[in-house]
Design a protein around this ligand. Sequence first.
Ligand SMILES: Cc1cc2nc3c(=O)[nH]c(=O)nc-3n(C[C@H](O)[C@H](O)[C@H](O)COP(=O)(O)OP(=O)(O)OC[C@H]3O[C@@H](n4cnc5c(N)ncnc54)[C@H](O)[C@@H]3O)c2cc1C
Length: 263
Amino acid sequence: MRVLLVFAHPEPRSLNGALRDIAIKELESQGHEVCVSDLYADGWKSEIDRADFPWLAPDAQLIPGAASKRAFEANALTADVKAEIEKLRWADMLILQFPLWWFTMPAILKGWVDRVFAYGFAYGVGEHSDKRWGDRYGEGTLAGKRAMLIVTAGGWQEHYTPRGINGPIDDLLFPINHGILYYPGYEVLPPFVVYRVDRFDEAGFQSAAERLRERMRTIKTASPIPYRRQNGGDYLIPSMQLRTELGDPGATGFALHLDSTNL
Ligand SMILES: Cc1cc2nc3c(=O)[nH]c(=O)nc-3n(C[C@H](O)[C@H](O)[C@H](O)COP(=O)(O)OP(=O)(O)OC[C@H]3O[C@@H](n4cnc5c(N)ncnc54)[C@H](O)[C@@H]3O)c2cc1C
């Protein structure tokens, strides 16, 4: 497979840097081709602003979604964004790697998503009507490709369990896995998460490294998270609510969007 790894850590000698190198080595030894976008090293510009749309008249109001749409359609996105879109088209698999900062991805990576997942490319795709709500959540430009997260966290694993004070890790990562990756069509593999990393000793590191190698060996065959498809009949259109007869009766929140018959 062709793999794009988007790396969001400012320090190459970090734990994240070491895990990235392990992942790349294992992927290449399995015959995969790997391309890395190293956001800090590349000086990635994270904010959407007028500089993204130099063709916009100085007195025109900047409406980010509308400007993104116009630029995408006219092939007038900035060169850095176009290059990332080409990498996404090239890759069969996308890996986002980052340390968990304030329960989510670092701002630079969020800014990569904001700018690269352009209108017409990652959202606003397909027919929008009272019968169909576009090509998204399992359909879209990136359908047929796979994606997964590699995440390091300072907190304990227990703190991220269903009764843990930080909230379940699957809930915390839901906006990324479901809202950012599944939305434009990726099949999303379960995340690789390493906990309590700030106190890592050599044994902890070696064990995480081996788990990561194993995950990299199975990227082609691992089962994706069984999110429900938007246009598969599970949701009412246009309210986009899950049909009342589906899901565990007592269930609320993100878990409702998993098809438990596929778990
Ligand atoms: C702004 C901010 C917000 C944060 N928010 C959260 C949060 O919401 N939730 C949460 O759980 N955590 C949070 N943290 C903690 C954060 O997730 C961790 O500090 C981070 O994941 C550690 O990854 P790193 O690559 O920076 O590790 P590093 O600091 O580079 O390394 C961590 C440890 O790993 C070991 N190590 C590193 N490299 C190697 C190697 N090559 N071989 C062997 N051992 C090695 C060392 O013992 C080192 O001390 C936050 C941290 C910051 C700075």
